[in-house]
Design a protein around this ligand. Sequence first.
Ligand code: NDP
Length: 479
Amino acid sequence: MSEATQPTRPVAPSEQSDPGAVSGREHTDAPTLVILGASGDLTSRLLLPGLGTLMAHEPDRRINLVGADRKEWGDEAWRERVLEAMCRGGARPEVAAGLARDARYQQLDVMDPEAWPAFVRSLAPDSVLYFALPPAVTMAACRLLTRADLPAGLRLGLEKPFGNDLASAQEFNRLLADLVTEEQVFRVDHFLGKSTVLNILGVRFANRLFEPVWSAADIERVDIVFDESLALEGRAGYYDKAGALIDMIQSHLLLVMAMLAMEEPNRIDHVELRDLMMHVLRATHCHPDHPSHRARYTAGQVGGKDVPSYADEPGVDPARETDTLAEVTLEIRSRRWAGVPFRLRSGKGLGDARRLAILYFRPVAHLPEGFTGEVNQNVLLFDLGEGSLGLRIATNGEGDKLSLEETVFDAQIGDSPVRPYGEILSGILDGNPLLSVRGDIAEECWRIVAPIIDAWRAGEVPLDDYPAGTMGPLTWGVV
Ligand code: NDP
């Protein structure tokens, strides 16, 4: 019998084949988190450190942690990785050591149909299968799971991308619906775990000040910007097939937009919140007055370091014309928002890393005569990177009291000690899908960008360029 076909139950300490192994303990009253793709980049760079921040915040939380991968690792190699990454995430050494000591590793080729039934049979009822696997492998593994008898309480954690177009997202959702209920599916978009993004809800709905002016009557336009100074950084394998529009706008930025634009929830729970996000997205279309833009960086310098032209990066196929910077303008056809342009922009290799949601207010209906000076429009700015909130208003200036000037209130908003992946994992472990992307939302995001992708593929929108380290093509205007 090969390694992969052996029963795959997370092995209890008493069954350890290595008698010298540090003895572990299975917490029968705790959920089991199985990370498929345990040796991968996501696991060591984001998932385990995120779990570390969660455990730093909740040291008494109990989890049975199982790593599974096709690599020939044993418990010890996995435990070392868990310990190192959890400490990197800020978990107290004794907490990280406790979790690592009880962690198990299981060699498993998820593409092997023989391997799954025994593995699934071994799962405790309260288990999470987290697919930290390449997307095509995840989909194939889910197909194999349809043949298995899954535990009733099994939750599935799924990484983005959810399909690569509307049809494939629909197909993936149908497949998942054959496995478990929608409440057991956790499509991960770590933006929803960012405290800086969730802050939008607090600012909007817990203040008397903002909601009355939160509509087209008072807001002229909205920008959501996620500019990265990082260039490709060796990720051609994934990025060259995706590009900025799909990597960032199709998922993350549309969800931020939905939070900014949604109607007021009666309560913050997964039903209300996701219904209202879907309500916004269903009304969202390309803005007829604002064409989309795409561009690709050429050679330049970022932060004093030379960056080669994207087309010359290893692993890139220049003929694909992958966008490293994308800008789309959308309208939300609703009574609240009709006519307001929502500009979403994201890219790589840019001169300045900016993560902003900016609301520009209309000018006052009448400015009393007698004031002098220039009055800029009011602006409310969420800095989603720094976690700050800025408000620009006009005030009477010093000296000549009728001369107006601009005053900016800028405040740091309390950041959560739990990193986004910690928040996401907490939701999955607790069975609360509040911060996960519902299936219809994942599909709707593809529906919104489909006409843009079609127009780009048909060559209807030129591929502009910009030297790395600049703010993008000058012709696009300033954001
Ligand atoms: P990696 O390629 O680094 O890791 C994937 C892991 O899955 C590897 O350890 C790989 O093993 C393992 N694997 C592949 N095939 C099998 C198989 N048949 N059976 C068991 N294990 C297998 O990818 P990432 O960690 O970067 O990405 C994982 C997912 O997370 C992707 O969906 C990605 O889109 C998503 N994601 C990643 C982010 C990141 O920053 N890395 C950020 C956001 C999302 P082997 O090495 O042997 O191939």
